[in-house]
Design a protein around this ligand. Structure first.
Ligand SMILES: [Cu+2]
Length: 467
């Protein structure tokens, strides 16, 4: 057979669409596809009635940063091509997603669990067979999703739980799959039912990985005061770190409206002690940063006196953590402004759940427009790790690389010594007019707390109306 080269569907795509040599061994085809950015991959030509294009659909379904319509297209094409069911196609896809790619895992699992209840019931045997075939060591994501799908098909966790208990290490995978039930039609009901078996399991003193998985799962069950209290009890200075981190991650999912007032101050203090017990250089690792940041959130809910005391203790730990997320499809950050102390260490933790890449640049007061327009006008660098769209201007103080979907980037630096309204902005082309905010640098955070002020929005020239 002659070497087949993708011909290109449209003139516009022709300019950019990469050529893939399909008539090569599967590994070589995969290699070519793996080298493409998500933006390039979606431009590759494909035909759903020609199996040679199968690897293209597999890549679209399992790669990071692919917009939802292309994943949908890939599932439909693979179902037809393989004469298979959607459930089976999606379980197979989960067997290919790297375990550390949480964003893609969640999206593919949501396509599986988000099917109508009837469809899930029809595919019950498929889930049982997947559980039978997959091993926890080689296909953990398949196991997690198959257990979640089985529970969703049954509308209750009973049979899945019994099955997991009967297989070594499967219970941990079932627990880690509970979050996938968010997408299922009966998901919240099944999740509530899981509170009882999980709290019973915790009282039996399971090994550390099972305990951590159970605590992690608990925050997805009943998101109420009882769950909060159960989790808060696990945040003790003498708890092992895996247990404590899992409890904190789970606590963060309980809505503030459900927080029991009496539990907040002891928990905030326990977090302070836990972080204080960590060596200083480890406090800036994700678990330390999460604990500090959650401590700040708890402190905000306390009455004046304990609030100031907890905040002082948190500051004494030496790191100011600012968590910023992008809001998917909205071209905004979830933080409009934040305050830091002049000359003190700061850690900005930027998480991008959006399918589109974003960056974050910190600049001097008044530099928003200059950094925005100059950064956006730069070409995309060919090196994927280069800091893209960062203009060569003295006003630029700090910059992240381009953060892709599901990635977290940490920016650690010392706050400027001169107080003022510094700016932060995303300079991906077209974003800066909406994706910006202010880093307010103050002489003293103690003084700021006694007499707070709101910085000015650098575009509207009005004070910000929210944080
Ligand atoms: Cu952006």
């Amino acid at each position: 057979m002659a070497a087949a080269v993708f011909s290109l569907a449209t003139a516009r795509a022709e300019a950019q669409a990469p050529r893939i040599l399909l008539d090569q061994p599967p590994r070589a085809v995969e290699y070519q596809l793996n080298r493409l950015t998500p933006e390039e991959l979606v431009l590759v030509e494909r035909k759903d009635d020609d199996v040679r294009y199968r690897p293209v659909y597999v890549a679209l379904l399992t790669r990071k940063g692919i917009p939802p319509q292309f994943r949908d297209e890939a599932v439909a094409a693979l179902t037809r091509m393989d004469k298979s069911s959607r459930s089976l196609v999606l379980l197979e896809a989960l067997g290919r997603v790297p375990i550390e790619d949480l964003a893609t895992t969640e999206k593919v699992a949501a396509l599986l669990l988000g099917q109508p209840a009837d469809a899930l019931r029809t595919d019950r045997e498929t889930f049982l067979k997947a559980i039978d075939d997959a091993s926890a060591s080689s296909k953990p994501l398949v196991l997690r999703a198959a257990y979640a799908a089985l529970m969703a098909a049954d509308g209750k966790p009973d049979d899945a739980w019994k099955l997991a208990v009967a297989h070594p290490s499967h219970l941990t995978e079932l627990l880690l799959g509970i979050k996938f039930l968010q997408a299922a039609p009966s998901g919240s009901d099944v999740r509530s039912q899981l509170f009882t078996p999980i709290s019973a399991l915790l009282s039996t003193g399971p090994d550390v990985p099972t305990r951590a998985a159970a605590l992690e799962a608990l925050g997805w069950t009943r998101q109420d005061a009882a769950t909060f209290e159960l989790l808060a009890r696990e945040v003790k200075p003498d708890a092992d770190e895996a247990t404590r981190n899992a409890a904190v991650a789970s606590l963060e999912r309980i809505p503030e409206t459900a927080w029991p007032a009496a539990a907040l101050e002891p928990l905030a203090r326990a977090l302070v002690s836990a972080v204080a017990a960590m060596p200083a250089d480890r406090r800036t690792e994700p678990a330390g940063l999460d604990a500090i940041q959650f401590g700040e959130k708890l402190a905000a809910k306390l009455p004046d006196e304990p609030r100031r005391a907890v905040r002082r203790d948190l500051r004494a730990l030496g790191v100011r953590v600012i968590k910023i997320q992008t809001i998917p499809e909205k071209l905004t950050f979830d933080v409009k402004w934040f305050v830091v102390e002049a000359g003190k260490p700061v850690q900005i933790v930027l998480f991008n759940p959006d399918a589109m890449p974003h960056n974050l640049i910190v600049g001097t007061p008044g530099s928003l427009e200059a950094i925005g327009t100059n950064g956006s006008g730069l070409p995309m660098p060919t090196d994927p790790d280069a800091k893209a769209f960062v203009p060569d201007l003295p006003a630029v103080l700090q910059a992240t690389k381009l953060v892709r979907e599901g990635e977290t980037e940490r920016l650690g630096f010392t706050a400027p010594s001169a107080p003022g309204e510094y700016i932060f902005v995303c300079t991906f082309p077209g974003h800066w007019v909406r994706m910006y905010g202010v880093m307010l640098v103050v002489e003293s955070l103690d003084a700021f707390e006694v007499k707070p002020m709101v910085p000015t929005d650098p575009i509207t020239k009005q004070p910000f109306t929210s944080k």
